[in-house]
Write a protein that binds this ligand. Structure first.
Ligand code: NAD
Ligand code: MG
Length: 386
């Protein structure tokens, strides 16, 4: 029996890496649903290539165009959030959650509520609704398999160990393109420089997050919800080689690490084949050639986003939602050339300091905090950056 896979965010970086692995193992996997934001050409091509039965475009205005492109195929075209939820709850055995941003929250939650096995790349969904999502998984019996390379590494290190024997988790960070840059250079960073990650090839939003170190901040919050440790037992260390993907320290003083080349197909393959493993074409590590593995403390003055994220984690409640929403708006504006690089962290800090929301009790509460924060951040940007 082939394993049936639904891919939310099939046209993105994670989606493509997943499709690469599925294409190499046609006897092992089939594709049920594929989704994308706006690109009907890329989505219809993926749908035809994989033989998916449903293709969902988030932008409802493009449904007609998608239907035209799928004419004569066995794939049904659908659009909008309801259809994304349908793709997340179809008859698949595994849902790949690879939409970027809080936009992925409803379909991911629907998959979790339906008791699915979910390979989670969409970290913003967990950052904004972590407690609701892990509670829902407990209730429904859903399994969350972390795809983010750090969390996948931790998941691998934890296998066969008791959670009460863990003393801390150490997340590694490449340091991004500005690791050694002066504050003045960072202040003048262009979008092209910010997305040019030294080790990983990724979508634009996460690449900017890696440059500000907000990505590591989001990952701290992600680790908290996935593995249940408080902030003071979650460390971050800069590791420029991006070979050690993260580590777990145990009560006896042992540290386990997962190593591999910086290729997302390794963690994605782990989720696809779990609880087994499968072969990947990822480059093998040649440790003698790599020769040195370096580790360094993060500089929170040059990269304030990491400090803001830790504060949001410690504040809890609505704070991670506000952090994420302000960051999504600011990063999109930076990529569009409307604000400068340091404005990203400044806007996030301002949004956090103005926020007066109640603790969210439902996904609707989360999405309302997200909506209001986006509007407020947009207004702050107009006031201070024009
Ligand atoms: P990407 O921008 O390359 O792709 C995003 C996908 O989501 C695309 O298919 C896009 O069409 C879809 N999408 C975007 N906005 C949408 C919306 N409003 N509604 C519905 N669909 C929408 O992003 P990516 O780099 O593949 O990252 C995807 C997720 O995985 C992110 O949360 C990211 O943080 C996480 N992640 C990515 C990597 C990586 O190497 N790329 C590593 C770790 C975690
Ligand atoms: Mg990561």
């Amino acid at each position: 029996m082939r394993r049936k896979i639904s891919i939310l965010g099939a046209t993105g970086s994670i989606g493509k890496s997943t499709l690469d692995l599925l294409g190499r193992n046609p006897e092992r996997f089939s594709v049920t649903s594929v989704t994308a934001a706006t690109n009907v050409d890329a989505l219809s091509e993926v749908a035809r290539r994989t033989g998916a039965r449903i293709a969902v475009i988030a932008d409802e205005n493009r449904l007609g165009a998608l239907r035209d492109r799928l004419a004569g195929s066995n794939c049904r075209a659908a659009a909008g959030e309801g259809a994304l939820v349908e793709a997340g709850t179809d008859d698949s055995d595994l849902v790949i959650a690879a939409i970027v941003g809080c936009a992925g929250l409803r379909p991911v939650m629907a998959a979790v509520d339906a008791g699915k096995t979910v390979a989670l790349a969409n970290k913003e969904a967990l950052v904004t609704a972590g407690a609701l999502m892990t509670d829902a998984a407990t209730t429904s019996g859903a399994t969350l398999l972390p795809v983010d390379s750090e969390h996948n590494a931790i998941f691998q290190c934890l296998a066969g160990n008791r959670s009460e024997d863990v003393s801390k988790i150490i997340l590694t960070a490449s340091g991004g393109p500005f690791r050694t840059s002066s504050a003045a250079t960072i202040a003048a960073a262009t979008p092209e420089q910010a997305v040019a990650h030294p080790k990983w090839s990724m979508g634009a939003k996460i690449s900017v997050d890696s440059a500000t170190l907000m990505n590591k901040g989001l990952e701290l919050i992600e680790a908290h919800y996935l593995f249940g440790l408080p902030s003071d037992r979650l460390d971050v260390v800069i590791h420029p080689q991006s070979v050690v993907h993260s580590m777990v320290e145990f009560v006896d003083g042992s540290i386990l690490a997962q190593l591999g080349s910086p290729d997302m197909r390794i963690p994605i393959a782990y989720a696809l084949a779990w609880p087994e493993r499968m072969a990947t074409p990822a480059e093998r590590l040649d440790l003698a050639t790599i020769a040195r593995l370096e580790f360094d403390a993060p500089d929170l003055d040059r990269f304030p986003a990491l400090r803001l994220a830790r504060e949001a984690l410690e504040t809890g409640g609505p704070a991670p939602i506000v952090l994420n929403a302000a960051n999504e708006v600011a990063v999109a504006s930076f990529l569009a050339g409307a604000i400068r690089f340091p404005d990203i962290s400044r806007l996030v800090a301002e949004a956090l300091s103005h926020a007066t929301f109640d603790i969210p009790h439902s996904i609707s509460d989360v999405l309302e905090i997200d909506r209001v924060t986006r509007a407020q951040t947009g207004a702050m940007m107009k006031a201070s950056c024009s």
